[in-house]
Every structure is written in structure tokens, then in C-alpha cells.
Design a protein around this ligand. Structure first.
Ligand SMILES: NC(=O)c1ccc[n+]([C@@H]2O[C@H](COP(=O)([O-])OP(=O)(O)OC[C@H]3O[C@@H](n4cnc5c(N)ncnc54)[C@H](O)[C@@H]3O)[C@@H](O)[C@H]2O)c1
Length: 248
């Protein structure tokens, strides 16, 4: 699909990669409906980008957002499922001072699954339903997974969500193909955004040193892959790892 023909929702668009995707799409002439739980953060997007508060973990909010986006853009033929959070922690660990065995808090498990998996699923469901109800084709959904999908220490919740998202990229591509909707995914490695800026500096330096291309990624690196998924009508059901070689 041509970027300029897109009427596309971007979730988590207030900062980081979502903000970058929304900007690039708007520059290319696409109509963009940007959503984020941080409504004030959306103010920095270029004029012309439609914006509204969105909590992807809230079912009613997802449905309302999709209806609003359809009306605001005069149609809907794309979704970038980008909103995500981290609540890192080991499944269990022995506390060095007390000796007690500490468990991963269930609340942290649930919070990450609610946003990164249930949220992305609700948005895909509502967007696909709208596209089918309005006989829109072709259409495209891009899920933002992570190379953590291959397994990563300290990220049980995140890994579970991102691996499931990659697996369901296949499921949804198969289910939605009869309606002319493609589904693809991009799995970034470590990318310079507010999400990674919050990391412990030592852990961050060690991770960057392990990246074969010798640097942390930037949102533009990931945009090139997202753009490919959007534009290439023959790309479907797959997840592209864009990680500088980190996961091999
Ligand atoms: N930065 C990385 O290294 C990296 C690596 C792999 C995958 N990812 C994934 O890429 C995506 C974007 O990450 P980022 O680094 O730009 O993160 P970020 O934290 O900088 O931005 C995420 C955005 O999502 C929004 N958000 C959080 N919860 C939300 C909710 N319930 N509803 C709507 N919006 C919500 C936040 O407000 C924020 O604006 C995420 O899915 C993340 O898991 C990031």
C-alpha cells in the first residue's frame, strides 16, 4: 500500500517509536489517528494528526477509539499496535541480604499482559471488525513485538506478551486474509527511547556492547521495517527482527 493512501491508527504515539511512526506517516501524506494513555504527550505531534486519549487495556476505550478514528479520518485501513510497557523482574530470586525467596509480583505480570497482549489484541479485533464491517480492502495491521520474544532473563511477562503477539500475527494473518487484511510484525532489539533511557546505565552499556552492529538502535531503524510491512503487499504473517544482530 502507498503510505499516502493510509488512514491509520498508531497506539502509544505520545513518545518514543510510536511518536516517530506517527510523524513519518504524516510527512508521507497518510492520515493518522494517534492514541496514548498520556494525552498531553500527543500535543507534540504535527498539526493534522488526529489525537485522542486511549488506554489499550480498556475494552470500551479501544472500541470507542476505533469508531472515533474512523469518523475523524473518513475511513480506516491500517493499525500500528505499538503501545507497550515494562515491569521487569525475575520469576523468583533469593534476596542477598535477607535470604528470602522473592516472587515476581502477580500485579506486574498482569499489568504487562493487559497492555502488551490484551491491549494489542483488543485493538486488532476492533480495527479488523471495523474494516470488515465497512468492506475496506486492502488493509494492514502491524504488531510491534520485541526480540525478547525469543526469551530474555528478567522479562517473563514481557517475553510472554511479545512472543504471543508474534504467534498471533500468524493466526490473525490467516484469519483475516479472506477480508483482504494483511498482518505483519516488527520485533525491535534495543532502541533509544524513553523506555530504554530509564535502564540502569551499567546494564545498558553491557547490552549495547553485545550488539554486533556496535550501536543501540534508533526509532528510524524500526520505522524502515514498519514502512516495509505497510508498503509491501506481499509481506504477510511474518515477524521481522530488527536488532543489529543482537538475538543471533
Ligand atoms: N525501546 C526498545 O528498546 C524496545 C525494544 C523492543 C520492543 N519495544 C516495543 O516498542 C513499542 C514502543 O516502545 P518505546 O520504546 O517507544 O516505549 P515508550 O515507553 O517510549 O513509549 C510507549 C508509549 O506507550 C504508551 N502507553 C503505555 N501504556 C499504554 C496504554 N495502556 N494505552 C495506550 N498507550 C499506552 C506510553 O504512554 C508511551 O507513550 C512497545 O510496544 C515496546 O514494548 C521497544
Amino acid at each position: 500500500m502507498k503510505l499516502s493512501d493510509l488512514k491509520i491508527i498508531v497506539t502509544g504515539a505520545a513518545q518514543g517509536m510510536g511518536e516517530h511512526f506517527a510523524r513519518r506517516l504524516a510527512e508521507a501524506g497518510a492520515q493518522v489517528a494517534a492514541g496514548d494513555i498520556n494525552e498531553e504527550g500527543l500535543a507534540g505531534l504535527p498539526a493534522g494528526v488526529h489525537r485522542r486519549r486511549l488506554d489499550v487495556a480498556d475494552e470500551a476505550d479501544c472500541a470507542a477509539f476505533v469508531h472515533w478514528a474512523y469518523d475523524a479520518m473518513g475511513g480506516l485501513n491500517g493499525l500500528i499496535n505499538n503501545a507497550g510497557i515494562l515491569r521487569d523482574g525475575l520469576l523468583v530470586k533469593r534476596d542477598r541480604t535477607t535470604g528470602a525467596v522473592v516472587r515476581l509480583p502477580t500485579a506486574d505480570w498482569n499489568a504487562v499482559l493487559a497492555v502488551n497482549l490484551t491491549g494489542a489484541t483488543l485493538m486488532a479485533r476492533e480495527a479488523a471488525a471495523k474494516m470488515i464491517e465497512t468492506d475496506t480492502r486492502p488493509a494492514v495491521i502491524v504488531n510491534i513485538s520485541s526480540v525478547a520474544r525469543h526469551g530474555n532473563r528478567g522479562q517473563s511477562n514481557y517475553v510472554a506478551a511479545k512472543a504471543a503477539l508474534a504467534a498471533n500475527t500468524v493466526t490473525w494473518a490467516r484469519e483475516l486474509a479472506p477480508y483482504g487484511i494483511r498482518v505483519g510484525a516488527v520485533a525491535p532489539g534495543m532502541v533509544e527511547t524513553p523506555m530504554t533511557r530509564g535502564m540502569n546505565q551499567k546494564a545498558r552499556d553491557a547490552l549495547v556492547a553485545a550488539i554486533p552492529v556496535g550501536r543501540i538502535g534508533v526509532p528510524e531503524d524500526i520505522w524502515l521495517a514498519v514502512r516495509f510491512v505497510l508498503e509491501c503487499d506481499y509481506f504477510n504473517a511474518r515477524t521481522i527482527d530488527v536488532d543489529g544482530g543482537l538475538s543471533v
